[in-house]
Write a protein of this length. Structure first.
Length: 843
């Protein structure tokens, strides 16, 4: 992995230093030289070169307690100690022998079988049944690799079963994981099955390689194979996994405290991160006398916190620095990159809880915030799932305020000042930056960000940056499950901050949507700053319709420069802007009025809305969105008489859509339509000198208006025909008159009107087919002889062919009445008059 960077943090910290000889009461004339060490739970075992076993209690790691010394033989130096808790034994490898002792060293040691010249021994890791009172060990004796099974029986007796696994020569070290026994020799590493006994070579070692070592790693599935200063990690099948670990020196001893690998050698102990091989810490150790450094930990690796470093005469106890303390130390030094890296590492390895991850992100955010790094701070706030939005409130509004009681009174790890208004945070931060600049010129290093020192920001820029990032955090907080009071604070402070930056679009978007803003906190602020549109939207969203409509009315009628977000900078566009502003105000007011059932409120504001846009006024009156419809009597009385279109459209909606059967409204509607038709016809005749396009447009308008009147007169039986007839009596609305006379039962007058109308049309050379109700056509059939006279007159006026063609089409339109159609088709043969005889009737 190349050269290692210098260590940057403490993963282990010292607890205590032991003098084994002094604690055991051994006289100075008989010094103890430590050759082996082992940890099991809170018990520390030491083996000496003089054949002694020492037991210490680390129940209180800062104050080790000597428990017992057990001699095993003056000429038997201890090579290794293996705790076997499943069978309540301690296995000691000494001078080629295997000895068994009880865990508390209360009884003399016993030899394990008749084994001699033992080169290496290893206990099995990851037993299939961890709770079973048995264990297995692999032993290298001469050219044999043996399996020894130990079973604890009644009376604290051991049953020992031995069998050969394979023939292996020159074994230097062993490790047993699951069913695989890893064997290290001077030439390389091999793997043997503890069940079948067959073996396979993993890889060979160069001739110049140092002593091979093999170390099982916590978790039970991985083993580290040492090649000089490189630790190759393989799985239980001998296949490489992950990256190799490159050590700064060739290790004399290897231990593990998850997630660290600890190696001892060359008068120092180095700590590496197991996952990526990063070098974290170097612990120098002053050695006296001969011997190698020994580092030991509980073989389980996971869950243990203690590490023992032993020299020939001294033992040093260390414990793993907790993840929290490591992160805290980095933050205390304001080494944020290191803290973030630690957090990511601990999260990946599962060493830190989810709540603590959120806690650290929040703590990081506050530290960065007070260092004026607002964007980074909010990024960490957003990563914290436990941080509450109310913790930001003191940065926006000074205490006390409506939401002061919501603010948690926790300072995290006490690494940052208590929250205070943004302006003060920025002012204090800029003072620190100025001090750092002064110190930098004097050659003193500081923890202030280099970016600030090289390009100091202005107070204005910092304030805007801070506000924008707090806005970002509050917007993200709106989707969280907050209490109603906290939601009120979030939305109200959002409006404060939008106003501070004059973000009008955002203000109006928030105010017009569903929100929890507190109106009492905002109305004076918005009114004083001239943000009346926002205030109107806010009133509307809170159901304060009267106040909202009052503002829209003011904005519509009294346009003042600066009140509208879409005002033009060019004065020549002022009129169009004013008009557009009025329309916007009317439209927003109409939205409120459409849902209101308050008749007085609706009718109060209907007038000015109608002055701007009659279609909006009609939409307000005919809205189906309100719970209770408005009183027709009040509406009709309130509508301006000059607003004829509104009056007609409302009555039409009332009759057609609401099914109103009040004769008064039917008559009013008919009279209004009749007056409009008369006025339209009059205006057409008054301006007949217009161009063809204008004439066509006017004719179309009159046609549609009269058609609407005619259809209503035919369809409704609830209006008073005499009242309508009085209005159109002096007009040329002949067909409307015919319909009214028919309603009154005077068909004879209807036929006279029809005949006169047809004659007049012929005189004017403008023959048009007029559609009559089928009842009138039937009456015409009954009076055929009389009507035939007028047909003759029309024939002379129009010509025979055109007359027949028009009559044929007329009756087809009238309902395809074949009888009258056939009558007039055969007219020339049955008429009582010849064409010459009736010429004197020519008009």
């Amino acid at each position: 992995m190349g050269s290692q960077p210098p260590a940057s943090r403490a993963a282990l910290e010292p607890l205590a230093t032991l003098d084994p000889a002094a604690l055991a009461g051994v006289p100075a004339s008989s010094p103890l030289t430590v050759r082996a060490a082992a940890l099991s739970a809170h018990l520390l075992y030491l083996g000496t070169g003089g054949g002694k076993l020492l037991l210490f209690s680390l129940q209180d790691p800062s104050n080790p307690e000597f428990l017992r010394l057990l001699p095993i033989g003056a000429t038997i130096p201890v090579s290794a100690i293996l705790p076997l808790p499943s069978v309540a034994r301690l296995l000691v490898h000494a001078d080629g022998l295997l000895l068994l002792a009880d865990p508390l060293l209360t009884r003399p040691v016993r030899r394990l079988g008749s084994l001699r010249n033992v080169a290496a021994v290893a206990a099995r890791r990851a037993s299939a049944d961890p709770g079973s009172p048995s264990c297995s060990i692999a032993v290298s004796v001469g050219k044999k690799l043996l399996r020894v099974d130990l079973t604890l029986q009644d009376g604290d007796e051991l049953d020992v079963q031995t069998r050969e696994i394979a023939a292996v020569e020159g074994v230097k070290a062993l490790a047993w994981v699951d069913d695989s026994v890893f064997v290290a020799t001077a030439t390389g590493y091999s793997l043997f099955s503890s069940i079948a006994g067959h073996g396979v070579a993993i890889f060979t070692l160069p001739e110049s390689s140092g002593r091979p070592r093999v170390r099982p790693l916590s978790g039970g599935d991985e083993v580290m194979l040492l090649v000089d200063n490189v630790g190759v990690v393989v799985d239980r099948f001998g296949q490489p996994v992950g990256s190799s670990l490159v050590f700064n020196t060739t290790p004399d001893c290897i231990a593990e405290v998850f997630p660290y690998v600890i190696v001892a050698g060359d008068s120092k102990v180095d700590v590496y991160r197991r996952r990526n091989g990063a070098h974290l810490q170097t612990i120098p150790v002053a050695r006296t006398g001969q011997g190698v450094l020994i580092v030991a930990s509980d073989d389980d690796g996971i869950g243990t916190e203690l590490v023992v470093i032993a020299t020939a005469y001294k033992v040093f106890c260390y414990h793993k620095v907790s993840t929290v303390e490591q992160i805290k130390a980095s933050l205390r030094r304001k080494n944020y990159k290191e803290a973030i890296s630690l957090l990511e590492e601990f999260e990946t390895d599962g060493e830190i809880s989810k709540d603590m991850i959120s806690f650290v992100h929040a703590q990081l955010g506050f530290l960065l915030f007070f260092d004026l790094r607002f964007e980074d701070a909010v990024n960490h706030f957003l990563l914290s799932e436990t941080m509450q939005p109310s913790e930001i409130f003191p940065f926006i509004m000074r205490d006390p305020n409506r939401w002061s009681d919501l603010v948690p009174r926790k300072r995290y790890w006490g690494l940052h000042p208590p929250p205070k208004p943004l302006e003060e945070v920025i002012d204090d931060g800029l003072v620190i930056v100025q001090q750092a600049l002064f110190l930098k010129k004097a050659g003193v290093d500081t923890v202030v960000d280099e970016d600030f020192l090289s390009n100091p920001p202005s107070r204005t820029d910092l304030l805007e940056l801070a506000i924008r990032n707090i806005i970002r955090y509050l917007c993200a907080s709106r989707v969280k499950n907050l209490s109603s009071l906290e939601m009120e604070g979030v939305d109200t402070f959002l409006m404060y901050l939008y106003r501070a930056l004059d973000l009008v679009d955002d203000m109006e978007r928030l105010a017009s949507s569903q929100n929890s803003c507190v109106v009492d906190e905002l109305e004076s602020l918005l009114d004083d700053s001239g943000h009346l549109r926002t205030l109107a939207f806010l009133y509307g969203s809170k159901g304060m319709r009267s106040k909202a409509l009052a503002i829209w009315r003011i904005l519509a009628r009294n346009y003042i420069a600066g009140l509208w977000k879409d005002q033009s900078e060019n004065g020549s566009c002022g009129t169009s802007v004013d008009k557009r502003s009025e329309e916007i105000a009317a439209r927003e007011a109409a939205k409120i009025l459409k849902t209101s059932s308050d008749e007085d409120l609706v009718l109060e504001h209907l007038g000015w809305v109608a002055d701007i846009d009659q279609e909006l006024a009609i939409a307000v009156l005919t809205s189906e969105m309100r719970e209770n419809q408005l009183s027709p009597e009040k509406v009709v009385a309130a509508v301006d008489t000059e607003k004829v279109v509104i009056h007609q459209r409302y009555l039409q909606w009332l009759i057609e859509d609401q099914g109103c059967d009040d004769p008064h409204y039917h008559t009013s509607y008919a009279l209004s339509l009749a007056k409009s038709a008369i006025e339209a016809v009059h205006m057409e005749s008054k301006y007949r000198g217009k161009g063809d396009r204008e004439i066509d447009s006017d004719a179309q308008f009159i046609y549609l208006l009269r058609e609407k009147l005619q259809l209503f007169l035919q369809a409704s039986d609830l209006y008073d025909p005499e009242d309508v007839l009085d209005v159109i009596a002096e007009s040329e609305l002949w067909l409307e008159k015919a319909i009214l006379y028919r309603k009154m039962g005077q068909e004879n007058i209807v036929l006279q009107i029809l005949a006169l109308l047809c004659c007049l049309l012929c005189d004017e050379g403008n023959w048009r087919i007029v559609k009559l109700p089928s009842s009138i056509v039937q009456r015409l059939v009954e009076m055929m002889p009389i009507f035939s006279f007028w047909v003759c007159i029309w024939t002379l006026k129009m010509g025979k062919s055109l007359c027949l063609q028009q009559l044929y089409g007329f009756f087809i339109i009238m309902g395809n009445l074949w009888i009258p159609c056939k009558y007039w088709r055969d007219y020339p043969q049955i008429c009582l008059f010849s064409w010459h005889q009736i010429q004197f009737y020519e008009c």
